[in-house]
Structures are given as C-alpha cells and as structure tokens.
Design a protein around this ligand. Structure first.
Ligand SMILES: [Mn+2]
Length: 329
C-alpha cells in the first residue's frame, strides 16, 4: 500500500522532479527506507543527484562495522524535510534526487571492491548524475577520486577527518582506510595546489607524519584552529585554497567529537561539533563541487542514532549544495 503513494515519473507523466514520499499521507516511520524517503533511481529513470551506498568496511584498522552504515543512515534520514532554510533551497524540488541503492562490494578482496565502487560511480556519472556517496570506510574515497580524475583531471580535495589518512601502509597493506589520500597523491589524482584537511587532532605516530603530509601539498585546519579562529575565518581560508577548481569533499564522520559521533571506527576526543561542520559546509555554497562522500559511521557503536543522524544531515547538506549549483546552472 505504501508503494502506491510513492509517485514515479512514469505514473505522473511529469517532467518535474519526483520528491520524497508525502509525510502528510504516509508517516515518516512507515515504509522501506530510502535516503530522505526519496524515490529509488530505478523508479525515476534518471537523477541529477544520486545518493549511492557503499557497504564496505574491509579497510578498517580498529572498530569494524561501517558496512552497515548505508542502511542505518537511510533509516536516520527519515526525518529530513524538503526545505533547507539555511541555504534557501528545496533540493528535492530544484533537481531530481534519487537513491541509487548500494554497490555490491566483495568483502574479501579490497582491490576488486574498489573497482566495483569506481564502476558503479562511472555508470551513474555517465547517466548525468552527480554522486553523494554514503560509506563505508574511508578506503572507498580512492576509487571515487580515480573516477573524478578521469573526468575532471586532478581535483581539489577538502577532507574532514580527525586523521590525516595519508599514511603509507598498515601491516604491509596499501589499500586501507588510513591510506587513501597517499595513494591518491601517488596516482596524481589530486590538484596539489588545493588540498585541505579540516578537523585534524589527536596523537600521531611521529612528527614525520606531518612532514610527509605537507610534502603532498595538504594544508591542515585542526579542530583547535576551528575553535580559535572561528567558522567564518576557516571558511574563508578554505575557499581561498580551493578557488573555483573542481572540488571533491570527503567527510569522515570522526571529524566530529565522539559526543557528536560516537558510532565510528577510530574516535578521537576534542573534535568539532555537528553544528560547526554543517556551518563550514554551508559556507562552501557556490564552490564547484563535483562529488562528495560521508564515511566511517559504525552503527554498532552508535547510541540513539546520534552518529547516523549527524551523517544523514551532512549528506543532506551536500545534496543541497549540489542542488544549489544545479539550480543556478
Ligand atoms: Mn578517515
């Protein structure tokens, strides 16, 4: 019965975007979860923005479980509403947004899984969609950046995280959730004039970690910098660094303090608030965002969906930023 209330492009015969299930007719807690109760991509045929799940966590070094994040973020996204007052946009009316479902990743073969992610992204991009990916652990940023490079050349990267994720190997493994951006640097996927980490904190292996990271071209805004300088100054510095280059935004939910995101793989004390993260993202309106992900939600360590709710709002923010660009184009 619930399916019958979900309008489809075919059933309405309209070229207007098909939005979420009408919550005045079907309660938000009813029905099968898609992101923000949006139509599935297969129900609308095409989308300007596709939300793609990647249930993969074979690259984690500490707490496992991010493979369950796409499903949990969809559940936590039921309460997202259609109008974004902060950006003055109704993203689901401005452009067609749809849930593209999950990539079927091999949990036992990391290179094969990464190829599957890139192939899935490529198919969506070929069909004219921009992609907001809900991970998965941070390993999956690498194949997404490979696909961005193929289409745009080396891209600017804004990376929100507690950790640098530019380490070399773990236990001899090249492809892990702590190494995607070193691999991306080595593969020339990144515009080394426009690389930024934000939210960095916590103890490192050694001071060399910072030297290595700087050599790759990254600038670091620490969690303490955000406190000391404030969001507006941080936004201004990030925008100056990025300019109008094609920009990929990768958001590890552990950039947030464990109070705001307890359900994650490698939590560190002293992080930013969810409000600060949303405010910084909002400050990026009008930048040339070509792709984005939110990763590292580990539902088994979550409490009362705190982390999944934060991630669903972060994804909504990313969709809204892309919809703003789509609308003005
Ligand atoms: Mn990370």
């Amino acid at each position: 019965m619930i399916e019958a209330t979900t309008a489809t492009a075919a059933s309405t015969g309209s070229t207007e975007p098909v939005g979420p299930v009408d919550s005045s007719k079907v309660p938000r807690f009813a029905g099968i979860a898609t992101f923000a109760r949006l139509p599935r991509l297969e129900d609308v045929g095409r989308a300007d923005i596709a939300v793609m799940g990647v249930p993969f966590d074979s690259g984690v070094s500490y707490r496992p479980g991010a493979r369950f994040a796409p499903a949990q973020i969809r559940e936590a996204s039921r309460l997202l509403r259609p109008y974004h007052p902060g950006l003055d946009v109704s993203p689901f009316a401005a452009v067609q947004v749809a849930d593209a479902g999950d990539i079927a990743c091999n949990p036992y073969n990391i290179p094969e899984a990464l190829d599957a992610v890139q192939e899935g992204a490529s198919t969506l991009l070929d069909a004219g969609s921009k992609i907001v990916t809900i991970g998965g652990d941070h390993t999956i940023a690498l194949p997404l950046l490979r696909e961005m490079k193929r289409r745009h050349g080396p891209v600017a990267l804004l990376h929100f995280d507690a950790h640098l994720d530019t380490w070399d190997t773990y236990f001899g493994a090249d492809y892990t959730h702590g190494t995607p951006f070193r691999r991306a640097f080595e593969e020339d996927l990144l515009d080394t004039e426009a690389l930024a980490h934000a939210g960095i904190r916590g103890p490192l292996y050694s001071k060399d970690d910072l030297t290595d990271d700087a050599r790759m071209g990254f600038g670091i805004t620490t969690a303490m910098d955000i406190m000391n300088e404030g969001v507006p100054a941080v936004v201004q510095a990030l925008r100056e660094r990025i300019g109008d280059r094609p920009l990929y935004i990768s958001i590890d939910i552990d950039c947030l303090d464990p109070a705001h995101a307890p359900g994650t793989g490698t939590p560190e004390a002293g992080g930013m608030t969810s409000r600060e993260l949303l405010a910084i993202l909002r400050g990026l309106a009008g930048t040339n965002i070509v792709g984005a992900d939110v990763v590292e939600v580990a539902p088994a360590y979550d409490h009362a969906d705190i982390t999944a709710i934060a991630a669903s709002h972060v994804a909504y923010e990313l969709v809204s930023l892309m919809a703003l660009n789509g609308r003005s184009a």
